[in-house]
Design a protein around this ligand. Sequence first.
Ligand code: AMP
Length: 118
Amino acid sequence: MCIFCKIVKGEIPANKVYENDEFLAFNDINPKAPIHILIIPKKHIESFQNATPELMSKITPFIKEIVKKFELDKRGYRLITNVGEEGGQEVMHLHFHLLGGTKLLWPKLTTDESKKYI
Ligand code: AMP
C-alpha cells in the first residue's frame, strides 16, 4: 500500500487540515513554503494522468475551499502536481501541492542545460 493510502487509512500519522468523503488535505512533512498542503483523493489514483474529468470537477472546489480557508484567494498561491519520473513525482498517488503564505519565487525547473531553450 502506498504511503498516502496509509495516511488515508490512519496507519501513519499526518497533520490533516481538511477532509470530506472523497478527499484529504494535510501538511507536507517537508514544507517548501509557510503554507504547503498536499491535497489527495482518498481513492488510490497514480497521477494526474489517471485523473478523470469527473474527479477534477470534484477536487477543484475542494482545493478552492482550502485556498479560501487559508485566505490564499486574496494573497495568491501556487498549485502543482508532479507527474512521473521526469516530472519529479516521488509518491505515486495523485496529489496537488498548494503552496503559499509568502511571495513565491519561480524556481529553477531544470538543469543548466535549460539555458539552451532561452
Ligand atoms: P512529489 O515529489 O510531488 O511526489 O511530492 C511528494 C511530497 O510528499 C513531498 O513534498 C514530501 O515532502 C511529501 N511527503 C512524503 N511523505 C509524507 C508524509 N508522511 N506526510 C506528509 N508529506 C509527505
